[in-house]
Design a protein around this ligand. Sequence first.
Ligand SMILES: Cc1cc2nc3c(=O)[nH]c(=O)nc-3n(C[C@H](O)[C@H](O)[C@H](O)COP(=O)(O)OP(=O)(O)OC[C@H]3O[C@@H](n4cnc5c(N)ncnc54)[C@H](O)[C@@H]3O)c2cc1C
Length: 486
Amino acid sequence: MAAHRTMDAGRERGYDIAVIGAGSAGFSAAITAAEHGARVALIGHGTIGGTCVNVGCVPSKTMIRAAGALHGARAASRFPGLAGQAQVTAWRELVAAKDALVASLRQKKYVDLLPGYDGITYLQGRARLDGPGVLVNGDALHADRIIITTGARAARPDIVGIESVAALDSTSALELTGLPGSLLVIGAGYIGCELAQMFARMGVQVTLVSRRGVLPEAEPEIAAALSGYFTDEGIRVVCGIAYRRIEQDGSGVTLAVERDGHEERLVAERVLVATGRTPNTEDLGLDEAGIARDPSGAIEVDDRMRTTRPGVYAAGDVTGRDQFVYMAAHGAKLAARNALNGDRLVYDNAAMPAVVFTDPQVASVGLTQAQAGRARYARPDQAHRRRALAATARRAHPGAGGRGQHPERGARDPPRHERAGSGRDDLSVSDHRRRAEARRSGIRQGHRELVVLRGLSRLRGLSRLPGRERCARYRLTAHDGRRQRV
Ligand SMILES: Cc1cc2nc3c(=O)[nH]c(=O)nc-3n(C[C@H](O)[C@H](O)[C@H](O)COP(=O)(O)OP(=O)(O)OC[C@H]3O[C@@H](n4cnc5c(N)ncnc54)[C@H](O)[C@@H]3O)c2cc1C
């Protein structure tokens, strides 16, 4: 993609802000800054649009939706008088249709937005911090402020032999030209769970393996319910194990795991690794710039999105927290506004919504009971504790886990400043108003409501569905640990 203004022009005049990384967070930061009148250099390496549109939310949800259609047809016989059959007839065509959707959304939601912003110069290339400015393809450019939004990539698990195995990750799994007969999915976080079920519904024999269990960050009751649904659908779920080694031979992959002191061998044609995301922070010159990273390599930011170097901010997956597209966009927007207006805005994820796009889906808001306990919200039935909750309403909770909403979905065409996942501007809402709003909507600090949404509709009247008792709607309060069915 060509720059909308030339590099020379940028060098001569300099920029108010340089944004490194042109994914959801980068676009959100650049658009926000341009709308505030700033001259912005948006520097993108790799496919414009980043993870969500190209290899994350959009392609995965497309394939999940297709797999759901297969499942719906097969499950029709649960109703008296219905019968249905469906199977994959041309996997390549399905993948091609998904790629076409990705290309059109990338164009519409990212590429086509740029010409509308005179203040944004898009520069293609790998960027690196260089003294007070940024190096792009070896050319230096000056910017008063820098926002790093370089995202993350699939992590490789620490399993003996993994480097000698042709493992798939979420990106390559969605690009397969043919379906394997069997698949070992290592990691049962949100990506592992969604893809495991998608492939199983496409007709692949799936084994889902995890040390910590299905959705380890979710409420245990919900995780157990989902695990039951997976088993009912024919997915083999293997949890509570330790990985020993992994090997590949002509017929496939063997993962040796240890359970209760015994070794088990799990065999499949292919293996998909979904064990988390590694921040893209190498080769950015962070150490030289004095920008601190946490042990996982993520850039450390404070609650104003500031790194440890004055004038440099970071947002999105590269910070290692709240890895959902709308939180990336939200944090980036806040970083841009703070960079321009004196660091007044605070990142607040206390009532963060999240969804896992399995079937049934898992939806949540705010903290889990365990997280609330760790955050010392365990006994807020005492008045002073409730006041403490209110006082800490603006505190960020990096550990709050869960999943994000589908970013491309929505009933209305959002105004321009909200596109590219930048979301509603609620940054100026006062604490008092935010708490009042939260109370009205039933989302209180220290509470988390979890629902297995689609499970509910199935429960009603579908007595043949095994495991139905496991799936229900709960409200878990951090006040006293009581669980209410609602
Ligand atoms: C399979 C999958 C499914 C997902 N599903 C959902 C979902 O349903 N809902 C949801 O909310 N979230 C979902 N996510 C998470 C979501 O995609 C991410 O949280 C979000 O896209 C992160 O945006 P970002 O801008 O921080 O990073 P990215 O979108 O990754 O953008 C970073 C960009 O920076 C570029 N870059 C890296 N280094 C440099 C450099 N040195 N110079 C210039 N550019 C550089 C990268 O190439 C990339 O283009 C999913 C993720 C995956 C992997």
